[in-house]
Design a protein around this ligand. Sequence first.
Ligand code: UD1
Length: 418
Amino acid sequence: MQKIVVEGGRPLNGEVRISGAKNAVLPILCATLLADGPMTLRNVPHLHDVHTTARLLAELGARVGDGGPGVVTVDPTSVHSQVAPYELVKTMRASVLVLGPLLARYGHAEVSLPGGCAIGSRPVDLHIKGLQSLGAQISVENGFIKARAERLRGARHVFDIVSVGATENVLMAAVLAEGRTVLENAAMEPEIVDLAECLIAMGANISGAGTGRIVVEGVEKLRACEHSVVADRIEAGTFLVAAAMTGGRVTLTHARPDTMDAVLDKLKEAGAELDCDDDRITIDMQGRRPKSVDITTMPHPGFPTDMQAQFMALNCVADGVAVMNETIFENRFMHVNELLRLGADIRIDGHTAVVRGVPRLSGAPVMATDLRASASLILAGLVAEGTTTIDRIYHLDRGYENIEQKLSGLGARISRIG
Ligand code: UD1
């Protein structure tokens, strides 16, 4: 099995290009099922989860093509199956996002229940309830969500809690429903805005994406379009934290600072100097040690749960004591035991971690447990004395494009073995 080896102790310096967002491209790939011709997506990151989604679309009968670097084409007109099998869904929870588009387009769909997930139970009840509000008949049989509807009808639906995936699934169904749908307590993440922009380019009538109230006027059909995927704010945030922890100076290009307020504010609080324009962010730490920052994860525009592990790595070596609350997912502190192996001082009480910064970490073999946890271990390895070896890095390949090459380009000593 492949491992990543990091030799700590070098400040990062230079420029790095940010990729398209994993969490935007996955729903948008599912939305291609709604088009009546071949779609072209640009700025698509080369990630394992993208490959899995492409396999799922192909399994349904869509023709998925490689249009050159960062370009994927999907022709959904050859779709002949509305069944998303367990073998694919179990490897990637986001597969459940084909449910809304298939149901809206074909009047029926069967999607395997995603099952367990390392960072918590992560049910799909909110997706199901939302689609039921639009008139779908849904049952769960033999491990499959089976959904049916002659034609979905627009309705007002209030999500019980804010869910990114449920908002996306119901939005993709509502665009072809008859009449007006109003989604209240909708998630406001930039990836939802990007999905809505793609759907609008396909002819959907959507307003309010990016706010808690999305209004959709259903249309009869959607056409194909070209869409360029929004920049990955989590990848961008991860590189900024890497620069802050190592006391370096790094410029991100092709980024979207306007989608990252909460993270940028926390980096300033940690003592970083930031300079942003439309698509570039420069962080300068001037060799200083970061200051501890308290974090409470919240739905957007609050602090993203997908950046919690990386800021924990920063707090491990920062000056001071930080209180970190994880409010979105249970079980999202699995990186803590691994960070302890590197010499961190962290105490957990339920959903709260108290992190006391230590002057130095020391390299050790550690194991990645989920995607963002893997990133936090690399970050810790960048500042630890000696060698850190990270096992189970397949998690990392699900969500970070060429992370070793990008970090090496900034001066890190990092390589993949095995
Ligand atoms: C998405 C992101 C993930 C991110 C998360 C929160 C993608 C592909 N993944 O995941 O990286 O960490 O948003 O920002 O975009 N919940 C229910 N019932 C449901 C659905 C969710 O109870 O039917 C709960 C979840 O267990 C969790 C909370 O709602 O506690 C938020 O989850 P949600 O926003 O749905 O996360 P995902 O869309 O799965």
